[in-house]
Write a protein that binds this ligand. Structure first.
Ligand code: GDP
Ligand code: IMO
Ligand code: MG
Length: 462
């Protein structure tokens, strides 16, 4: 029997899952299946797709990244879906891609309604310095309503009492906004948002609605491949990430079973996606951050233009680590795909990667953005931590309450650009990749050498 292959981000999101999934999806057939099992449009999965010889960039938030392939695509039970956003996203896909015939949605997925977005942004604002740095897409309030057992789900839209249920939930939210946060919604603002929401509901009604378990089980039993596209990353998991600086769903491979309603035995080992360095959007601990706290505060408070003014040409070999981090951000275009925020940058952190790989049973890895290190003379990799004077690989219960000193190993970087070496890796890059495979005890199947779909070196794929 085929097993589901989860594709999981092993860091704090934005590892390049979209491109990885699209690449793997290009090997799939018509009856194979790509599913999302958690999260909502807080995700931003970028892919470059070639049309008529020209590369075009797409960012997917809800629709699985394999949409340009031929496989079936499914929005699973564990997701939260903003129907207006889904309709807009669907409209960005070129008309010659007949994806509407291949897409289906679970009736169990939770609906994000307009007041969820307001609750998300107002509650973040009120937290002030203690904010999580949410994407503001209403994800946490949507999942909160699920556990409060009052959420609206996709299957509800087909019943005559849907509008009434919607009004009741929206009224509850309005009360909370006013009584708890002192925020009164303008009727006009809500009206405009509701118009988009109900247009989205009408669009949703035209799609195939089917239980995730049914479609996944049929594919597996028919010996077809099933890929589960993770959103966010293992370190943002609601329970095993750096709580409370996490998202509101189970982003790890175990979430595939609960997010689709299938037995855990259906889930095979995962393919982990990792960047050649680390980035993070939002608040929370980051042991290997270049520039430490200075970087965290800068990325929280400043915009892209501020950074371009201060560092028109950041030097990757500067003595100031903060500037090196800025160079990494500039070279890697590390700007949030969903929010436009500056992503915090740092060196690769092996203790965190091992933690994430164990949780996800990652046997194979995709290493992305190696090309971003072009121009650096030396790069560092954190191989272990020193905590309370002792060397350790163990991730403490609360990373933000201990003083963590990373232990680094330094690697020389190739001269010129990775693309100068064609489909071969320069010696220095090869040494780095081999080192990672040994340290992480896994195969690196793809190495990303640029953002476009062809910018990849395939190492073990048949
Ligand atoms: P995701 O959320 O994990 O799908 O990642 P994002 O799409 O948010 O961010 C990854 C970014 O890196 C996108 O802009 C991709 O186009 C880009 N990217 C992916 N792989 C590579 C790579 O190997 N090299 C470079 N330079 N960019 C890449
Ligand atoms: P993809 O799938 C990076 C982060 C937010 C914030 C925290 C909670 O593109 O990798 P939320 O809106 O979920 O309540 O925000 O999680 N976050 C992401 N960071 N990539 C993502 O998705 C993210 N989705 C949420 O920045 O710190
Ligand atoms: Mg992203």
């Amino acid at each position: 029997m085929q097993k589901i292959t989860p594709i999981i981000g092993l860091q704090w999101g934005d590892e390049g899952k979209g491109k990885g999934v699209a690449r793997i999806a290009s090997h799939l057939n018509k009856k194979d299946l790509i599913v999302r099992f958690q999260g909502g449009n807080n995700a931003g999965h970028t892919i470059w797709h070639k049309e008529k010889g020209k590369q075009r960039c797409y960012v997917f938030h809800l629709i699985p990244s394999g949409v340009f392939g031929v496989a079936q695509i499914h929005l699973g039970a564990g997701m939260v879906i903003n129907p207006g956003a889904l309709k807009v996203e669907a409209s960005t896909i070129p008309k010659n891609i007949p994806f509407l015939k291949r897409i289906s949605v679970s009736p169990h997925a939770v609906l994000t309604i307009p007041t969820h977005l307001m609750l998300d942004s107002i509650s973040e604002q009120k937290k002030g310095k203690n904010k999580i740095g949410s994407t503001g897409k209403g994800i946490s309030p949507s999942y909160t309503d699920l556990t409060l057992r009052r959420a609206l789900r996709v299957g509800d839209v087909f019943y005559p009492d849907f509008k009434e249920k919607y009004k009741n939930l929206s009224a509850e939210h309005k009360k909370t906004l006013q009584n708890v946060f002192g925020y009164k919604i303008s009727a006009q603002e809500l009206k405009e948002k509701e118009k988009i929401f109900f247009e989205g509901i009408n669009f949703l009604k035209t799609l195939r609605i089917i239980d995730s378990a049914e479609i996944v089980t049929a594919a597996i039993k028919g010996n077809h491949k099933v890929i589960a596209e993770g959103a966010q990353g293992a370190l943002l998991d609601i329970r095993f990430g750096h709580y409370p600086f996490v998202t509101s769903s189970h982003t790890i491979a175990a979430g595939v079973a609960t997010g689709l309603g299938i037995p855990p035995s259906f889930v095979g080992s995962s393919i982990g996606i990792m960047k050649a360095y680390v980035t993070k959007v939002g608040e929370g601990p980051f042991p290997t951050e270049l520039g430490g706290k200075k970087s965290a505060v800068w990325c929280r408070d400043k915009k892209v233009v501020d950074e371009k003014n201060k560092f028109p040409n950041p030097n990757p070999n500067s003595k100031d680590e903060w500037e090196q981090g800025v160079a990494l951000r500039r070279f890697g275009h590390e700007i949030g795909a969903t929010t436009g925020r500056l992503r915090r940058t740092g060196w690769l952190d092996l203790p965190l990667l091992r933690y994430a790989m164990e949780m996800n049973n990652s046997r194979e890895l995709v290493l992305t953005k190696l090309d971003v290190l072009n121009g650096f003379k030396k790069i560092k990799v954190c191989t272990s931590y020193i905590i309370n004077g002792k060397k350790t690989n163990k991730i403490p219960f609360d990373l933000s309450r201990v003083d963590v000193k990373p232990v680094y190993k330094t690697f020389p970087v190739w001269s010129g650009e990775l693309s100068d070496y064609g489909k071969k890796l320069p010696r220095e890059a090869f040494t780095y990749v081999k080192f990672l495979e040994k340290e992480l005890n896994a195969k690196i199947i793809y190495v990303g050498t640029g953002p476009e779909e062809d910018h990849v070196i395939e190492r073990y794929w048949n």
